[in-house]
Ligand binder design. Sequence first.
Ligand code: OAD
Length: 316
Amino acid sequence: RAKLSRYNTVDDAVDLIRRSSNIIILTGAGISTSLGIPDFRSKGTGLYSKLEHLGLSDPQEAFDIDVFKQDPTIFYSVAKDIVPAIDRYTPTHKFIAMLHEHGKLLTNYSQNIDNLEVMAGVPKDKLIQCHGSFGTASCIQCGYRIQGEKIFPDIKAGRIPECPRCVQNLRPAGGPPKRKRSAGADGKKRRRWGASAANSSDEDDDSEYDIPTAGIMKPDIIFFGEPLPDEFSKRLTEHDRDKVDLVIVIGTSLKVTPVSEIVSWLPSHIPQIYVSRQAVNHINFDIDLLGDCDVVITELCRRLGWDLNHEMVDPA
Ligand code: OAD
């Protein structure tokens, strides 16, 4: 439902891109689904639908920092399926990199944690990974930070990664036994992770996960209940707000604050284009270009005369 605007058509969108030189691109999980990476909220195929078996009251709990601190098995039982394993990117990622090559990209605010923008060639100084990424991981007890890839083998093997520094500092020679916990995937009861549980004997559990008694590593993706990186609001308020001349939002349901508020927070005279499968009801854009984003973006590039030079990915 586009607002009453002097911009309406696909050609209007093309003209706007042609004459803009400071474009904000705001992206979400929809730009990676053609690679087989699930989004969050699409019914049936989205990650939150797939988490129904965990029996959570709200599937977002899998990414809630308080829940993680109480029971990291919930996140890690999900993480083994979302840890980045893909070395391809989509025409939409390529388009964002091309905007940069044409001197038109101001900033790409991405909510995605797959890091594919970087792979496509979006420079890091124009990319704000609003919800963090798997690129690094930190200990939730001591803050020790390591390269994210170092914990991928543990995640994929269904082990909870432990902090190498805490292990060194805290564990006596030989180390105490690890505590065992249910992954919860089978509907078994979960006990709280915390001081009160520390003395309980879990050895009888038919568990999938060993919980380290030393520090637990968590990928540096931003969980619900955690602040966004400082550069998010700094870049938006101090760098972008006075420069931006066009906003293009691609493949996000705009359900999660504060990223969803970027659009309404920018000056209202800045034209805004929305590219996604379905229109959103809570924000009015100047132009809605509805459909698979790779198809829409490829057509925009064709009309711009830009050689996207990227094979289409078959929709999963
Ligand atoms: P959502 O799953 O909420 O929204 C993805 C949107 O993209 C949906 O509206 C889909 O219809 C659309 N879509 C999917 N595939 C598409 C395609 N090929 N072409 C065009 N549109 C497509 O994902 P996000 O909006 O990114 O945060 O979710 C925002 C945040 O919510 C995530 O970063 C994550 C989640 O909770 C945290 O975990 C902190």
